[in-house]
Design a protein around this ligand. Structure first.
Ligand code: 5GP
Ligand code: ZN
Length: 111
């Protein structure tokens, strides 16, 4: 979608630190990392958030989470996946994305 920040990163119009790409998914490092590994995993097609996520996209995101966790070396140590949705979820970019966080022992508090 025009003017969507993540669509522009996927298109290469804005530089992103890419870590993974397949037919359906693109992933890059968060500009403001909250953990040693902080990757944003996004569908290539513009969907606003998880409310718009179809089964095929959900499967592609899950496959990518697994692949990137292995690639980043955190599959055995563990990690967290988060998808913020809407105002109370503090979603700041309206293109569906999953945060993959790991590389340290994360806080037990979720909110
Ligand atoms: P949200 O708050 O919507 O769940 O997450 C948006 C994330 O995008 C934030 O963690 C923020 O640091 C990240 N972000 C915002 N702008 C950019 C950017 O231009 N490049 C990258 N790589 N990450 C960004
Ligand atoms: Zn978009």
């Amino acid at each position: 979608m025009e003017n969507c920040l993540f669509c522009r990163i996927i298109a290469g119009e804005i530089p992103g630190d890419k870590v993974y790409e397949d037919d359906h998914v693109y992933a890059f490092r968060d500009i403001n990392p909250q953990a040693p590994v902080h990757v944003l995993i996004v569908p290539k097609k513009h969907l606003a958030n998880i409310l718009e996520c179809d089964a095929e996209t959900a499967a592609a995101l899950t496959d990518a989470i697994r692949a990137i966790a292995k690639q980043e070396g955190i599959d055995e140590s563990g990690f967290r996946v988060i998808s913020n949705c809407g105002a109370d979820g503090a979603q700041s970019v309206n293109h569906l994305h999953v945060h993959l966080l790991g590389g340290k022992k994360l806080a037990e508090r979720m909110a």
